[in-house]
Write a protein that binds this ligand. Structure first.
Ligand code: FES
Ligand SMILES: [Fe+2]
Length: 384
């Protein structure tokens, strides 16, 4: 008798198309704007090309295509002269609007002397650039919200960090709905987990408790014990997440805003950036600056844990999910809107979608695992 090949016998295969060569429409944060105000032009590799970022004499920070339309000189190797960036090859002067303003050795600027200029936004100490494959101006409804603490004396300055990651940026987006990885990869313990997707915003509501068997954040002695955290984290568009994150310490609550953002360099390379500001409080003996520095170290560990996974994993278009997984497919449909011409965006990409995960079963399993780990630790300590 031959075996009947039922569906359940079939081997599941991983499907994965290659990463899109198109880059997402939307605001992308390039980092702290002060980085670009040192009087020199800066090279940024993004959206499959080389850009030049320069602060002109009038105070604006501008982003242009780096390669000079005259004979291909690299403007990021040039100098800033007044309101323009001067090409190192023949000194053509390019304005922030992308127009060549002056050629010192020529009577006239050719009529078509215009290069690509990217819309920019400087806000709360951060520099953003608008990418749109259709070349339309920024969508007003998709403005990045203000971050109150960023301009307040009651909060610290940004502590900022940037790192290159060699995979497609969809991997970092997936994290938004991936509850279980927080336990296994980040050694945190989610007790509440909900997502709301609507329009260009994707939000993750999360509460968690400390984990007694794994506390990488307390490797430094003297750090107060974190009992848990409450987090509301929203992507505004394809790449910029604002996370209102409160850490509940033994003795107090600490409010912080964590930014998690990235910009694509190429289909399989992105620059991941994150930064934090922390609200000052009078009580407690650790200064807010110290806390911010400690937090960024901790957050860095978290991202390194993700990166270690991304480095080795396969791209997968058909993840095989269980009931306790978050809405990966819905999130990816939401994310698809940024890779679609505006005219072709469908309601399923932007309609409100809400999903709260039932954490009962995962929490039971995780409590058990934590207890086992602790028991094993005690046993090893006693036998030592
Ligand atoms: S290539 Fe830029 S001025 Fe000639
Ligand atoms: Fe993660």
């Amino acid at each position: 008798m031959t075996a009947v090949n039922t569906d359940s016998d079939e081997v599941r295969t991983i499907e994965a198309e290659s990463s899109p060569t198109r880059f997402a429409r939307g605001w992308h944060c390039l980092g702290l704007s002060e980085t670009f105000r040192d009087g020199a032009p800066h090279a940024i590799n993004a959206f499959g090309r080389k850009l030049v970022v320069f602060a002109s004499g009038d105070g604006a920070v501008n982003v242009l295509d780096a390669y000079c339309r005259h004979m291909g000189g690299d403007l990021s190797q040039g100098t800033i002269k007044g309101d323009e960036v001067a090409c190192p090859f023949h000194d053509w002067r390019w304005g922030g609007d992308g127009r060549c303003k002056r050629i010192p050795y020529s009577r006239r600027v050719p009529l078509r002397a215009r290069t690509a200029a990217w819309p920019t936004l400087e806000q709360d100490g951060l520099l953003f650039v608008w990418n749109d494959p259709e070349k339309n101006p920024p969508i007003p409804e998709q403005a990045i919200p203000r971050i109150e603490g960023a301009t307040s004396k009651d909060w610290t300055d940004w502590v900022w960090y940037s790192t290159d990651v060699y995979t497609n940026c969809r991997e970092v987006i997936d994290n938004t709905v991936d509850m279980a990885h927080f336990f296994y990869v980040h050694y945190s313990f989610p007790t509440y987990f909900k997502n709301v997707l609507e329009g260009h915003i994707a939000t993750q509501y999360q509460r968690g408790t400390g984990r007694d068997d794994a506390r990488p954040q307390e490797s430094d002695s003297g750090t107060p014990k974190v009992l848990g955290n409450t987090s509301v984290a929203s992507y505004y568009g394809p790449s910029f997440m604002i996370d209102e994150l409160t850490y509940h310490y033994e003795d107090r609550d600490v409010n912080s805003v964590l930014i998690n953002c990235h910009y694509p360099v190429s289909p399989n390379h992105f620059v991941l950036q994150y930064g934090v500001i922390v609200e000052r409080s009078d009580d407690g003996d650790t200064s807010a600056e110290d806390l911010a520095a400690k937090m960024i170290d901790f957050i860095k560990i978290g991202f390194e844990q993700d990166v270690a996974i991304w480095k080795n994993k396969s791209r997968i278009d058909n993840p095989l999910l269980c009931e306790e997984d978050g809405p990966v497919y819905q999130l990816r449909r939401w994310y698809e809107q940024f890779y679609t011409d505006v005219a072709d965006i469908t309601p399923e990409m932007t309609d409100r979608f809400e999903y709260e995960l039932d954490t009962t079963r995962p929490n039971e399993a995780w409590h058990k695992e934590v207890e086992e780990n602790l028991a094993r630790k005690t046993a090893t300590e006693q036998s030592a």
